[in-house]
Design a protein around this ligand. Structure first.
Ligand code: F6R
Length: 265
């Protein structure tokens, strides 16, 4: 793999960020209707999912031949649980795209043998021909998927113990109570993500500014899991202007291929 610095695409607003990323997925599907697409949950990709549903509804883009793999799932929640990632994806994307169950892959957090579930998930990705495009969000601590700081870069799909910070951050979906957030999850590992042919990382808001900066600034470290993307041959960071604050002071547009922000009127 020849590494290339991630491209950085900065948008004025969260909505525009989501639209631009959605259009990249739409383009891929037009070229390759059988594309294998990796997806994320969380607040960040919602504007992108809105736009994908719109493109399907209004422009008739066909998603019926694609295959989807989600990054992660909580251990102990079934797909019917409103806070499971399976449920989230149905609500926010799959129902609106008319996607069939057979096209959807999400780790089974209810599996009896979690280790086997992880191995089988990797095998499914391999059999599907690998992931063409993987969408990521980023945690305030730099995590991608549920790969928390300290996760070795060579790990594939595995079971993780969630950190107190992540349980606290996600407690907003669990009545504000970190104790109600499952303690474990299954996640694709950094090596699974790095195997995707193309990676789009989306980040918006000030809370992501430091993590995004650290992820791009030059050195890579498992302490900042998203920094592994500096070693990916085709990664793009889609940012809103608050997540990319002061970037022009630190990054050289030519080497980082920064698309300039539109002029604010
Ligand atoms: C979601 C995931 C997480 C989130 C990250 C950001 O499937 O794997 O890494 O992308 O925690 O979450 P939000 O978008 O809610 O800020």
């Amino acid at each position: 793999m020849t590494a290339k610095l991630p491209q950085i695409k900065i948008s004025l607003t969260y909505e525009t960020m989501g639209k631009k990323a959605a259009h990249e997925i739409a383009e891929l599907l037009k070229q390759k209707p059988h594309a294998v697409i990796g997806l994320a949950t969380g607040t960040t990709p919602l504007s992108m999912y809105d736009e994908l549903r719109r493109i399907h509804r209004e422009e008739g883009l066909d998603f019926s031949k694609a295959t989807f793999f989600n990054l992660d799932e909580y251990v102990g929640l079934s797909g019917e649980h409103p806070q499971s990632y399976r449920y989230f994806m149905q609500e926010h994307l799959f129902n609106g795209l008319g996607v069939d169950d057979s096209q959807i892959n999400i780790p089974n957090g209810m599996a009896k043998d979690l280790r086997q579930e992880c191995e089988e998930y990797e095998e499914k990705i391999r059999k599907a021909g690998g992931i063409d495009l993987q969408v990521l969000g980023i945690g305030g601590n730099g995590h991608i998927g549920f790969n928390e700081p300290g996760t070795p870069f060579d790990l594939r799909t595995h079971v993780v113990t969630l950190t107190p910070e992540t349980r606290k951050a996600n407690s907003r979906f669990f009545n504000g109570d970190p104790e109600q957030v499952p303690a474990f999850a299954i996640t694709m590992g950094p090596a699974t993500i790095m195997n995707a042919k193309k990676v789009l990382l989306l980040a918006n808001g000030q809370g992501k500014m430091n993590a995004v900066f650290e992820a791009l600034k030059g050195s890579t470290s498992p302490q900042l899991p998203a920094s592994v993307l500096q070693l990916h041959p085709d990664a793009t960071f889609y940012l809103d202007r608050t997540a990319a604050k002061d970037f022009d002071k630190y990054f050289i547009p030519a080497t980082h291929k920064i698309t300039p922000m539109p002029v604010i009127r």
